[in-house]
Design a protein around this ligand. Structure first.
Ligand code: KG4
Ligand code: ZN
Length: 360
């Protein structure tokens, strides 16, 4: 153990800077080894992507380059500490947009090298589940983990905070992606999730019979939302190129389609989560990701939990969409004495078996 490592192991409180740039949010936070949050900053790019109705990868990575240093500086200032007070730096390296991931990784490596502190990697989906651990303020593992976000819809068997195994995921679009695209077809603003939720309040969830993929398949824990998206489109128009902005859809039809679409997503997500609990025998479901903010989904899961013998933990609204507080999962690694080498690389694709070290 060198002098710096010895000093660190004797310090009362360790401070970890966590960095998140997997998609379109530039975020940083400082958390302690006791999972106390000292500061958190999220710079959203919503404004930049709104007119495209979805995230444009090249715009996202360029915006991360502009924002990453000010966001880190602000995070450190808010925590009322200096750079030299940091004991480790953690960064989300998988899954995500390659250009976006690289910006966070380069910033984290530079700090680790310059400050001579450990570098830790974070799996973004594991972090979405860890948001539940942060909110619950108690150990939530083992559990079934459900991540419903703009990029992913995945169910995991979470044996411990560090060991996740994928049970099922979407075979095409993620739930959030479907929310965003359907909102755009209905002329509702980006991001689509909150817009659809709002429109659905005035609609009838049974107005349209929309497909629910794999719902009756008791073997598969996968999801598919692309057919649902197409079914909404066919309620509005036929095939071929369509300029949706020129469609004249009545407000009631928008509300009914929003409600029927939302109900179809909720039915599938809830049914597969309950099936995952039954198949694994776990007694707790932890839910994270942007779509976990959806009120209809939260209510349906709460109803199932009340009628089943399992505990539901949903990430609080502020920790559903991308943030760096959930990167506190890195504390578990630090406490287990793990760190990554400076050869650490990004892995844009989904990892089926999440293990403690990125290179493992
Ligand atoms: O987790 P997140 O911030 O980013 C990814 O890692 O992908 O999730 C963003 C997604 C967007 O698709 C957005 O439309 C959706 O979460 N979302 C919602 C709600 N709030 C955000 N979807 C449904 N209902 C909501 N209330
Ligand atoms: Zn996310």
């Amino acid at each position: 153990m060198n002098q710096t490592a010895r000093d660190r192991s004797q310090k009362a409180t360790l401070r970890i800077l966590t960095i998140e740039t997997t998609c379109d949010e530039t975020a940083a936070a400082i958390v302690t080894d006791e999972l106390k949050v000292l500061s958190s900053v999220v710079a959203s790019q919503e404004e930049l992507h709104r007119r495209f109705g979805g995230v444009v990868p090249e715009i996202a990575s360029r915006a991360h380059v502009e924002r990453i240093l000010p966001v880190i500086e602000q995070t450190i200032q808010k925590a009322k500490i200096g750079l030299s007070d940091l004991d480790a730096v953690a960064v989300a390296t998988t899954p995500g947009l390659a250009g976006s991931l690289l910006v966070g990784l380069m910033a984290a490596k530079t700090l680790a090298l310059a400050l001579e502190i450990p570098l830790l990697s974070v799996d973004h989906l594991q972090a979405h589940i860890y948001a539940c651990r942060m909110a619950a303020e108690k150990n939530v593992f083992p559990c079934v983990g459900l991540v419903v976000s703009g990029g992913h819809t995945s169910l995991y068997d979470c044996r411990s905070a560090m060991e996740f195994e994928l049970l099922g995921s979407t075979v095409d679009d993620a739930a959030g992606e479907a929310f965003d695209k359907v909102a755009s077809m209905l002329g509702l603003p980006y991001p689509g999730g909150p817009s659809i939720q709002k429109a659905a309040e005035q609609g009838d969830r049974e107005a349209y019979a929309l497909p629910r993929a794999f719902l009756r398949d008791s073997e598969r824990l996968d999801f598919s939302f692309s057919g649902l998206k197409t079914a909404v489109r066919y309620q509005l128009t036929g095939p071929g190129r369509v300029n949706f902005s020129t469609l004249d859809i009545s407000p009631q039809k928008v509300a009914d389609l929003a409600a029927s679409f939302q109900a179809a997503v909720v039915d599938c997500v809830v049914a597969k989560s309950v099936l995952a609990l039954a198949k694994t025998g776990r007694e707790r479901l932890c839910v994270g990701g942007g779509v976990a903010a959806n009120a209809a989904l939260r209510a349906a899961l709460a109803y199932e939990a009340d009628n089943g013998n399992w505990e539901l933990i949903t990430a609080p609204l502020a920790l559903c969409t991308d943030n760096a507080i959930m990167g506190a999962i890195a504390v578990e690694k630090l406490q287990a004495g793990m760190s990554e080498s400076l050869r650490l690389d990004i892995r844009p694709g989904l990892i089926r078996k999440i293990r403690p070290l990125a290179d493992a």
